[in-house]
Each structure stands twice: as structure tokens, then as C-alpha cells.
Design a protein around this ligand. Structure first.
Ligand code: ZN
Length: 179
């Protein structure tokens, strides 16, 4: 951020009085522009032993496969955001979604939250941000063509936990970068 969104004057990156972190500060109108991690809400839609993946139609990572997920909007719960993304990107709806994973990605200041649940029907289709939408068994997943490390991790956890008797919520910090 180079210019203040309140008054348009240049901002400075420094520690404000009484703070202990650098922020974008406007010395003209005294606004401190806080920047905090963004939340990405996503789904792991399932059908029997298969999971639904979307081939990205947009950058970054166009042409790579991902789970339906996107930035949470203001006024939305994380579950609402996850279901909205599932509908927008895959035209799909979930029955009984349950929280399954929380992934911190501090080096890019993002937090992913995933819900899993069975598709309510097979009536899915590619939305505007997807080239294709398809169901994959574990051995069919295009592991080498997944869009982001967090997607790989969430899918690994899903398949590892699928046989488990107790359903828990996974949490992890994602530090690995794209190969
Ligand atoms: Zn200002």
C-alpha cells in the first residue's frame, strides 16, 4: 500500500506509537492501515469413495486441479462461504457438511478452512472459474497437477482419515512451497 485509502496521501511503513509491528501509516490523516490474514473457505465434496475436484479456469495456477474454495466475504460465516464457493465453482451442493481441516499458511498470510460432505446429487457442472469438474477416487487424483500445497495436504488428510472411526478436525501449518 503506497497511498492512503482515506485521504490519498502517501503512506509510510513504520511502527505506530504504542504498537510493536510495522504498519502502513498515513501521517496526513493518522489512519493506520492494518493488514491481517485472509480466510479461504473451502469444501471437500464427496460421492461414495470419490472426491470432487475443479480444474482452474483462472490464474494463478490455471489448468491445475483444486478443491472448491475462495476468499470469505464480509457478513458471511465460514460455512456459508464454503458452500457458496462449492456452488459457484462446481454447481454443487453438500449434505451435512462438517468441519474437517484448518490450515495456516503464515508465509502468505492465509488461513484455509475446509468442510467435507457428500454431494446432494450428481448434478454438478463447471462454474465460471472452472474448466472442468470431475469426481476422482484416491488413486485417480491428479496428485502432480494439484494447484496448491494446501490442497494436496487437505486431500491427503481426507483420504487418510476416511477409514477412521472417529471424525476429527485436522490442523496444520503449511510451509512447503510449490515444487
Ligand atoms: Zn490518510
Amino acid at each position: 500500500m503506497n497511498f492512503c485509502s482515506q485521504c490519498g496521501k502517501p503512506t509510510h511503513y513504520r511502527v505506530p506509537d504504542g504498537d510493536n509491528r510495522e504498519r502502513h501509516v498515513c501521517d496526513h490523516c493518522d489512519t493506520i492501515h492494518y493488514q491481517n490474514p485472509r480466510i479461504i473457505a473451502g469444501c471437500i465434496p464427496t460421492s461414495g469413495d470419490r472426491v470432487l475436484l475443479c480444474k482452474r479456469a483462472i490464474e494463478p495456477r490455471r489448468g491445475y486441479w483444486t478443491l472448491p474454495a475462495g476468499f470469505l466475504e464480509n457478513g458471511e460465516t465460514i460455512l456459508q462461504g464454503a458452500l457458496r464457493e462449492c456452488h459457484e465453482e462446481a454447481g454443487a451442493q453438500l449434505n451435512t457438511p462438517s468441519l474437517c481441516g484448518i490450515y495456516d499458511i503464515p508465509h502468505i498470510s492465509q488461513v484455509y478452512v475446509f468442510y467435507q460432505g457428500p454431494l446432494s446429487n450428481d448434478d454438478f457442472r463447471a462454474g465460471d472459474e472452472s474448466l472442468e469438474v470431475e469426481l476422482f477416487q484416491e488413486r485417480e487424483v491428479p496428485w502432480e497437477a494439484l494447484a496448491f500445497p494446501v490442497i494436496t495436504l487437505a486431500l491427503e488428510h481426507y483420504f487418510a482419515d476416511r477409514q477412521a472411526t472417529s471424525s476429527g478436525v485436522r490442523s496444520a501449518t503449511v510451509s512447503r512451497r510449490l515444487r
